[in-house]
Design a protein around this ligand. Sequence first.
Ligand SMILES: [Zn+2]
Length: 133
Amino acid sequence: MWNRKRRKGRRPAQPVRMELCDLCADIFPESEAVRGYVPDSSAAHATNDWYDGLRLITACCDEHFDVVKDDYRHRPFVEEELWAAKVARALTTGPPELSMDQLAGRTGLHEPQIRRAIAWHNERMRQQHRMDP
Ligand SMILES: [Zn+2]
């Protein structure tokens, strides 16, 4: 039998995950982050629709967190915008061609909501198009 060399101390130290402040763009270790959710109708969570309509804020300190939170408080919460975000998620994370029934199943929305969401999205696209030279 031979002595197996123990791999003591060979494991690299855990890299510290860094975060970015949403206000000042300062970079700091994840453990120092001040976080919280604010209502935001443009936010559809990538994997958990329980968080739809909530945006996670990350800040370097309480003060900056409050500034960002305050910004979102003044942002109008538009239901159609949130529905459109859910529809967009359904279309980008699965088969892009879905029937209305399939879309309703994937988004948890009713057909009138989906139609309003699409109308809202199209109107916004038209507005953006008009603004572009
Ligand atoms: Zn900051």
